[in-house]
Write a protein that binds this ligand. Sequence first.
Ligand SMILES: [Zn+2]
Ligand SMILES: [Zn+2]
Length: 106
Amino acid sequence: MDTPFPEPVEVRHEKAARRLVVTWDDSHVSTYPLDYLRSWCPCAMCQGHSAVSRYLDLAGNELQSLDGIGNYALGLTWQDGHSTGIYSFRLLRGLCPCEDCGGEKR
Ligand SMILES: [Zn+2]
Ligand SMILES: [Zn+2]
């Protein structure tokens, strides 16, 4: 049997702390610094055609808005107008930088 992949029950943008806090339906909580998230932008413009995702190591990116995409992903729009990054829940959960998940992925 496939266990259903966790889905966010709450996504909170903490502007002052410059981070996104996601609470999952298995009650895990992920806290993503904005620069960390932006640096993992999965879109083709950021990742090119390489088969392996790479960490872009960008800094100073503010999040302008976030939208749910269907019931499988979050679309993040950054203040520089970049809005092509679609972060699937699976990707987001895989990037969780908490200690239990093995810290930040780079
Ligand atoms: Zn991108
Ligand atoms: Zn975690």
